[in-house]
Design a binder for this molecule. Structure first.
Ligand SMILES: [Zn+2]
Length: 370
C-alpha cells in the first residue's frame, strides 16, 4: 500500500540513509526537528507499519517486504517517539479537531495495517511496556477467516517447495526454481507481481492452484502469517490500543461498484461493533494510493460513520475538514536504520521513504501501478 514513486521529489534511498547518519552524528537531528516544528506546527506525523517480528530468521519464507521492523528496532523507534515527540491516540486527535483546537506540536500517531498476528504477539507488548498506544487497521473478513493470507502462502510455497520449477501457463511462465532462498524470493516477487495484474476473481483460484501444484500443504490457522483473532484484538483494546477498519476483504474501494464499496465500509464497521463493542471510527483505505479512494469513497465513508481516514500516500497532513479523509502517512520499512527513522520524523519532506511496493500481499488487492 505504498505511494507511487512519480511523486518522489526527494533524494534516493541509499543517499537518504547516508545523509541521515551524517546529520545524526553531528547531533543536528533534534535541533532540526525543533526548528522545523515552528514551521510545521499542526502537521500530523502518522507512522505506518505492517509486520514486526522478533528477530531476523534466516529461513523466513513469507513475504519479507511486509516486515516493517525487527522487534528491537521497533522498541528503539518507540522510545525515540516518547522522548522527542508527542505520541497521541486517534480519539484524542478527533476530540481536538471537534473542539476546533490546535494539535500539540510534534503530534505523532502509530498505525499498523493488515492485522498480522505478530502485531499482537510482538508489537503490542512493546507498546504496552512503553505506555504507548497504536491504531491497528484490520480487514474484518480476514480476522473472521483466521487463515493465512493467500499471497503469503504463494511466496511460502515457492520458497519451500521441493519442486524444481514452477509452471504457470496462465501467466506464460515456466521457470526453474533456484536452490538459494534469496533466488526463490526473487522468483516469488516476480510471480506475485504478475498475479496481482490479474482480475481479483481470477487471482484466488490461480494462487490456490499454484500452491497445490507446488505440493505445499493447504493454508491452515498456524501458518506463520495468519491474522490476529478477535480475542487478540479485544485484549489489545483493553490494553489501550485502538482498532480501525481496513475494509472487509481488503479490496481497493475506488475500483469496486458503488454497492460493493459501500458494503465493505458498512459491514466492516458493523462487524467490529459486534466483536469489539464499538464500531470503528477511523478507516485505512486498502492499498491506499491515489487510485484507492476518490470523492465517492470519501462520501460513503462519512455516510457509514467513519470520522477520519488514512491513505498510504507518503507525507504528513494538517487534519481539517478537507484533509481528514485523506491523511498521509510515513511508511516505516526494514531498510531504515535508527538514524534514518529519526531523520524521517525530524524532516519528513526530505527523508521520507517511498517504498517499491504499494501494499500488503493480499488477495483482493488490485494490480499496483508501480
Ligand atoms: Zn493493507
Amino acid at each position: 500500500m505504498h505511494d507511487d514513486r512519480s511523486a518522489d521529489m526527494t533524494i534516493p534511498g541509499g543517499r537518504r540513509q547516508r545523509l541521515a547518519r551524517v546529520v545524526q552524528r553531528m547531533g543536528l537531528l533534534q535541533p532540526l526537528a525543533a526548528a522545523l516544528s515552528v514551521f510545521g506546527s499542526g502537521q500530523l506525523r502518522i507512522l505506518a507499519y505492517h509486520r514486526v517480528l522478533t528477530e531476523p530468521v534466516e529461513d523466513f519464507s513469507f513475504d519479507l517486504e511486509l516486515v516493517s521492523a525487527w522487534a528491537e528496532c521497533f522498541r528503539e523507534q518507540m522510545i525515540h517517539l516518547r522522548k522527542h515527540f508527542h505520541p497521541m491516540r486517534f480519539d484524542e486527535v478527533l476530540a481536538i479537531l471537534q473542539a476546533r483546537r490546535r494539535l500539540p506540536a510534534n503530534a505523532v500517531l502509530v498505525t499498523f495495517d493488515d492485522g498480522y498476528e505478530d502485531n499482537h504477539r510482538v508489537a503490542f507488548p512493546i507498546l504496552r511496556d512503553l505506555d504507548l498506544s497504536a491504531m491497528f487497521f484490520v480487514a474484518t473478513g480476514h480476522i473472521d477467516s483466521g487463515r493465512p493470507y493467500l499471497y503469503d502462502w504463494l511466496v511460502h510455497g515457492l520458497c519451500v517447495t521441493k519442486a524444481g520449477r514452477v509452471e504457470i501457463p496462465e501467466l506464460e511462465l515456466d521457470v526453474p526454481l533456484p536452490a538459494s532462498l534469496d533466488g526463490r524470493r526473487a522468483v516469488a516477487a516476480g510471480v506475485l507481481d504478475r498475479v496481482k495484474a490479474l482480475r481479483e476473481s481470477t487471482q484466488s483460484i490461480l494462487v490456490r492452484r499454484i500452491v497445490a501444484q507446488l505440493g505445499v500443504p493447504v493454508p491452515d490457522r498456524d501458518g506463520g502469517c495468519r491474522p490476529m483473532s478477535w480475542q487478540n484484538l479485544r485484549e489489545m483494546r483493553d490494553g489501550g490500543m485502538e482498532i480501525g477498519s481496513h475494509g472487509v476483504h481488503h479490496r481497493m474501494l475506488a475500483k469496486l461498484p458503488a454497492s460493493l464499496m459501500k458494503a465493505e465500509l458498512v459491514e466492516s464497521r458493523r462487524r467490529m461493533e459486534v466483536e469489539l463493542g464499538a464500531p470503528a471510527r477511523v478507516l485505512s483505505y486498502p492499498v491506499g494510493g491515489h487510485d484507492a479512494f476518490d470523492p465517492e469513497v470519501i462520501a460513503a465513508a462519512r455516510a457509514a460513520g467513519y470520522e477520519m481516514a488514512c491513505t498510504y500516500i507518503a507525507g504528513t497532513s494538517r487534519p481539517g475538514p478537507h484533509s481528514q479523509f485523506a491523511l498521509r502517512r510515513l511508511p516505516v520499512e526494514r531498510c531504515m536504520d535508527q538514524a534514518w527513522f529519526e531523520a524521517v520524523l525530524a524532516w519528513p519532506g526530505l527523508f521520507i521513504h517511498r517504498s517499491r511496493r504499494r501494499d500488503a500481499s493480499w488477495i483482493g488487492s488490485q494490480p499496483a501501478a508501480t
